[in-house]
Design a protein around this ligand. Sequence first.
Ligand code: ADP
Length: 608
Amino acid sequence: MPDVSADPDYVKSHPDLRSELAVPLRRGERLLGVLDAASTQLAAFTGDDILLAESLAEAIALALDNARLYAEIRRYAADLGALYTFARATSRSLVLEDVLSETLHAALTSLDFDAGLICLADPNNGHLYLAAERGLPQGTSDQIWEEGMAEALCTYVHERGDAVVVGDIEQETPAASELKKAVPLAVGEMREVGMRAYSGISLLHQERSLGALSLFARQPRVLSAEDRGLQVAIGRQIATAVTNAQLFQTIADQRSRLQALIESNRDGIILVGMNHRMLVFNAPALDSLHLTGQPEEWFNRPIQDALDAMRSHVPVVVRAILDEIGRTEEGDDSPGEGEWEVPPRAIHWLNLPVMADTSPVGRLWVLRDVTEERILERMREDLVHAMVHDLRNPLASMSGALSFLNDSVAELLSPGERELWEIAQKSTKGMLELVKKILEISRLESRQIPLDHTLISLTDLVAGVLESQLPLAVDKGLHLESDIDPGLSPAWADVGYIERVLTNLVGNAVKFTPTGGVIRVSAKTDTTDRTRLLVSVSDTGSGIPPEIQDRLFQRFIVGQQEGRGSGLGLAFCKMAIEAHGERIWVEDTSERGTTFTFSLPLPPALES
Ligand code: ADP
């Protein structure tokens, strides 16, 4: 502008000014400022001056931009440094009090404040409590907390879920005015303890505020948007550290509760992980298995160590555990159950699968001392046995006497008396049979009867049993079948017992299968253990009543079906088969029919 008086809008900054040169300082689209030169002479600036000013403006704009970038990079590096120090401080411990004290210290030093508080919301009722404090004059924090000032500040920030930054409470900036309006008493208290700047940061974790961090400084300061950004990042970091510490605390509490539960349990408990290490072990478990040392010494050791220690004094237990491990490793993860003699005790064991959601964690062994129960049971059984035993002779005499008199008194009786006589005879015989069965099962159970092993052709044995049941089967319109490979190896067992087992099973099938049904007896080599044969009796009856399925092989357990007997048949079968060291089980039962299966050994010479 060669003559400033020519422009009616010109505002003179000095009365003597005649001409002026102004060049914008630009970087690309951004305008950074103006380079301005003025003169008291008219048309003081030549074309060269203008060119010079323009290139100067360009150089100045570049220098300004560089300085700005440099400051930004320095600030960025400082922020990163602060965050790094902070991350280190928050990860130093997992104990909540330590985490809070460390983080508060780190926040004060990295953000350069004089005092601070952290308040957390109680997870149970949401109320804020003072969790950490640093730098306030002695006694102030408790006092201001009790008077509700710090609580008011923290609640204000916590509820906003945001950062509240006030560089100087004495200035009437929008943030300062808002704070004074919202929590006037707290601001008064700040003044009283000599604080001018305040920064409140909500501790956000997954967009939920866990509490607030309040920072105070004696000197007022200018807090930029970057300061605020850094503070928000620090707030999030504290929230993450608090969440981790709280989670850790919850897990530690749960673990110690669980540990107390395991330790105070009277049953022995061992958890074997998928890696075959013992993850849980309590004192009763050590006791039950006669293992030495303390439970902690066995923790996390391989199960093999315990088996090695038990091998010499309880080999039966070692064998049973190895069998169970083998079974589960083959993919059968159903629960296992049984009893061990660990002299002088009887131990009942359960082997259960443990799952976390859908993935297996390992197997839980629960060992219960049942010595006293077994002693009582034995006493009860001995008593029953003695009574039943004492009934046998008088019953045998009564039955014998009734048969003997039968011929001589028969013709003296009227038809009605004759009927009563026959009922008496039949009932006495029935009672005698029952007594004999009970005594026989007891003898089998106490292994008092030596077994007479012979080679048994199952084809012949089954044919004989089916023939004996044929009249009943024909009466009921049932079809009997035998399905045995003629080349099947003979079994090695006591033929008398096995014949009675088969008779009982086929007899039950005949009793419980309606007209038109089929009963099939089959035998084959066990494909998983070629030293054994498997014999099965299947029928097309209506299945075993569900209410007795889990106690089926116990004495006197009967269903409600027509034709049921005394409930001793299957108990006898179990005892007789177990006396051979073998097993009997229900392979399958449904409303379409039932299959019982039992195993038998091959003769020793044929075992491969
Ligand atoms: P009993 O035959 O004398 O009643 P058992 O011990 O042989 O006693 O059988 C016990 C119970 O098991 C029977 O009363 C019956 O309810 C049930 N049961 C046995 N075998 C079968 C079968 N093949 N089908 C259906 N139920 C059966």
